[in-house]
Design a protein around this ligand. Sequence first.
Ligand code: C2E
Ligand code: MG
Ligand code: MG
Ligand code: MG
Length: 286
Amino acid sequence: KVKEIGKSKIQFFDDQMQEELIYVTKIESALKTALERGEFFLQYQPQFDISRNRISGFEALIRWERPDHEIISPSVFIPIAERTGLISDIGQWVLKEACRKIRDVKEKVHQEINIAVNVSPVQMRDVNFSSQVKDILADEGIRSDLIELEITESILIENIDQAVASIKALKETGVHISLDDFGKGYSSLNYLKVLPIDTLKIDMSLIKGLDVGTVEKKIVGSIIALTHDLGILVVSEGVENQEQLDYLKSRSCDIIQGFLIGQPMPENAVNQFVVSQKDDHLSENG
Ligand code: C2E
Ligand code: MG
Ligand code: MG
Ligand code: MG
């Protein structure tokens, strides 16, 4: 009996692996043509500045729509794009697209918005990356301080000196740098002392715990306090309810992002959203 179960388990595992392999191979080859076929698009999730009581900017999040209208999540295809090297072209496209959105909002609704763009560790390791960023900003005619690049700590684990050097090179272009997903992996508060970052994003796994645990409350509270001591801004990710917001407010978190404020929205909804914020602000003051 035990043997049988063991055998069927192995069989099941093999089938699943086989299926997964077929899926990944399919995605890999479709990814190669996705860019030229215009299958990628961006969604924009608002970020809310608690003390100023207004939207401070948006995070650009990539989506991939297949010809059969299936939408594939970035958590599925970004790792594949990283392995195949396609991430470099995709990443440059994302930055250009974000710049075009800034220009579009400026031209149509006369507001300058900040946009945060995710950067893969693979892009960060490329010695040409900072000059690519500089060229794109110049070509698109965008003020560099309107762009924030979100990096992750995986680049730090490999070689901290090199990571600091590439962050410095990026900062010379004038963009802001934020450290994404803090608290998701082996995040160390020691990194913060050596990294020339502007913003720290607390991962939603820690924010989730604010509902229930007091341990998470203490951890998040200490992260905010230390980060502020170092002169770094704090964004909390994945804020979904009032309880979480109230706690973050009480600890003076600067910016929040999450479904409580807004889901990622399509590109063509951004302008109207910005206008409605402007109206809100005016009516508040008048
Ligand atoms: P991330 O940069 O940490 O982005 C936040 C993710 O959390 C997004 O998922 C967003 O839709 C989701 N989210 C935001 N608020 C909430 C909330 O209140 N509750 C919950 N449950 N989720 C929330 P998304 O768009 O699926 O992106 C997943 C990850 O894919 C991103 O995590 C980022 O690491 C990566 N990614 C997305 N766009 C790009 C890109 O253009 N380039 C690169 N290299 N990576 C990207
Ligand atoms: Mg991000
Ligand atoms: Mg994150
Ligand atoms: Mg991330």
